[in-house]
Design a binder for this molecule. Structure first.
Ligand SMILES: [Zn+2]
Length: 126
């Protein structure tokens, strides 16, 4: 007494195609703009390849050595671990248009120096 099963036709087109993410969330600014790049030309003595991680928003940049089989997501997690542990040297490479902010910071530093100088002068006068 085998019961006939209704056959469902699977519609593969309706299923989302599993795709590995290529951009990740930045541990510095929280924006999902971190890209991972493998540089297979550069290897260390362990045969690991260099990976470069960079945030397109805040310019967070780090380099690390990873096994060649690592996918972008593996590299990102390694990067994240190292970043949070403070084991990774990172830089903030800002976009050219943000240089103006740095310049204004520098000039405010200069005026601060002037302020201290004048303060000292004022002291001497009293
Ligand atoms: Zn960022």
């Amino acid at each position: 007494m085998a019961r006939r099963r209704r056959k469902y036709k699977k519609q593969p087109l309706l299923r989302p195609i599993p795709r590995l993410p290529s951009v990740f969330e930045c541990p510095n600014c929280g924006v999902q703009m971190v890209s991972v790049k493998k540089i297979k030309e550069e290897r260390n003595e362990l045969g690991q390849i260099k990976a470069v991680v960079r945030c397109g928003k805040c310019g967070l940049y780090g380099e690390l050595w990873v096994p060649e089989i690592f996918q972008s997501v593996d590299i990102y997690h390694r990067f994240l671990d190292m970043y949070l542990e403070g084991e990774l040297e990172v830089e903030l490479i800002k976009k050219p248009e943000k240089i103006s902010t740095e310049e204004s910071n520098a000039s405010s530093g200069e005026s601060l120096g002037e302020y201290w100088e004048s303060g000292e002068r004022a002291k001497e006068e009293t």
